[in-house]
Design a protein around this ligand. Structure first.
Ligand SMILES: [Zn+2]
Length: 63
């Protein structure tokens, strides 16, 4: 037994009637673990959200 969780894509391929189970580039999304081809954005043909300015990572706390 291993404590390490297998991170594989949980997208259901309705055509092939099986889970994708790809392990390359798998990340956790609101819908679960997804590979790069099956992210919520990819499935809706939208661009991936990109990290950028606006997130206050470098903002100093107000004293
Ligand atoms: Zn996938």
């Amino acid at each position: 037994m291993s404590d390490e969780t297998i991170r594989e894509c949980g997208h259901w391929d309705g055509t092939a009637r099986r889970l994708c189970r790809d392990v390359d580039g798998v990340r956790l999304y609101a819908t679960g673990l997804r590979c790069a081809r099956h992210t919520p954005a990819a499935l809706t043909h939208r661009p991936e959200p990109q990290p950028g300015p606006g997130w206050p990572a470098h903002r100093k706390e107000a004293a």
